[in-house]
Design a protein around this ligand. Structure first.
Ligand SMILES: NC(=O)c1ccc[n+]([C@@H]2O[C@H](COP(=O)([O-])OP(=O)(O)OC[C@H]3O[C@@H](n4cnc5c(N)ncnc54)[C@H](OP(=O)(O)O)[C@@H]3O)[C@@H](O)[C@H]2O)c1
Length: 330
């Protein structure tokens, strides 16, 4: 491939970046042991922060895209050979180093995950970082004692990427799932994913602060943070857990020691970026087997082109994207 297309963000460092599709050559790619012919990438909230707002980017021009799946074109690392199907997410991909919004990518071999049995390259990107984070949340909750008999589980930001996949995985595993959303118009979608109940996000936020409230949930998956997380901590059942992954509702969390010392609740931090490779591979393998969401085989996935991507990146920052969006590159 002499020339390939990529969505490139450029900025003088003071203004928000401008996005344009450019024709590049392999010499434009960073150093790395593995060159990948990208088949699919995906849209995550972080891609909006990088591509539209220019957050976390150290230098321009920059190719965003924190996720990619594809086929190895060249490798100087003996673990990977041309033709191998792989996934790359996390670390510096699409943030400190050129990412997946490109027909060709080059990455360190230490970032590469072999495509697990049970997933196609397309399915891997329907999941992407959001799906991986949802699965890691479920794994951590279950490692901390959660099982379907413990009681209902709530998922905040349920119409978004992390939320949609979490609802779907939990429902398939037999949990009674309550989906919390700011968009009640998505009730049918959330029920299709397996939610037993759909509530408005206002029901998970109260202006009056109380240390603990009526215990409701055995566990919570929370990509929202802020007041929602404060409320969730105060409404977990005895010994319940919340898996915290995101900040779309804010970064400040008001709480007290009471949920912890009166109810023994667990506040579990979820980080996909530096998740150790052994755990990362295990979670991806589970996503191809016992955690594989049913949404992968349904039509409720949005597939777009590189040309449509700038508009989609703006939409995700406005909380307007439903579920998962993938970009076909190969
Ligand atoms: N820790 C990690 O490793 C990790 C990995 C992936 C993602 N994340 C973080 O997780 C969050 C979700 O990522 P995503 O890719 O799933 O994004 P997304 O698709 O945009 O989903 C976020 C959802 O949050 C809800 N939301 C948006 N604005 C809100 C507000 N002001 N108050 C309350 N809820 C609001 C919306 O759901 P409803 O419309 O249904 O309410 C929205 O769909 C982001 O903060 C992202 O940075 C973290």
């Amino acid at each position: 491939m002499d020339h390939f297309r990529a969505l490139v963000a450029d900025s003088n460092g003071e203004e928000q970046p401008k996005l344009a599709i450019r024709s590049l050559t392999a010499a434009d790619l960073p150093e790395g042991e593995v060159t990948v012919r990208v088949a699919y990438s995906s849209v995550n909230y972080k891609d909006g922060m990088v591509g539209i707002l220019g957050r976390m980017v150290k230098s321009y021009p920059h190719i965003p895209g924190i996720d990619l799946s594809g086929t190895v074109a060249e490798s100087s690392d003996s673990r990977y050979r041309p033709g191998d199907e792989v996934i790359v997410t996390s670390y510096g991909l699409g943030v400190t180093q050129h990412g997946g919004y490109s027909e060709l990518a080059r990455v360190p071999a230490s970032w590469v995950v072999p495509l697990p049995t049970g997933l196609t390259l397309r399915e891997a990107m329907i999941l992407g970082t959001a799906g991986f984070t949802a699965a890691l949340s479920v794994q951590r909750l279950e490692d901390n004692g959660l099982s379907p008999g413990n009681g209902p589980v709530v998922v905040a930001g349920a119409s978004g990427g992390v939320g949609s996949v979490a609802v779907n995985i939990l429902a398939k595993r037999g949990y009674e799932v309550t989906a919390s959303t700011g968009r009640l118009s998505e009730e049918a979608y959330l029920k299709e994913l397996g939610a037993a109940h759909v509530i408005h996000r206002d029901e998970l936020t109260e202006s009056e602060r109380k240390p603990v409230r009526r215990p409701q949930w055995a566990a919570a998956v929370d990509p929202v943070g802020g007041k929602t997380l404060s409320y969730l901590l105060s409404t977990l059942q005895y010994g319940g857990s919340v898996a915290t992954s995101g900040l779309t509702g804010g970064i400040e969390v008001e709480t007290s020691v009471y949920p912890f010392i009166l109810r023994g609740v667990n506040w579990l931090g979820i980080d996909s970026v530096e998740c150790p490779m052994e755990l990362r591979r295990r979670v991806w393998e589970r996503l191809g087997s016992d955690l594989k969401p049913t949404m992968l085989s349904s039509a409720i996935v949005n597939e777009i082109t590189l040309e449509q991507l700038p508009e989609e990146l703006a939409h995700i920052l406005q909380g307007q994207v439903r579920g998962r969006t993938i970009i076909k590159l190969g």
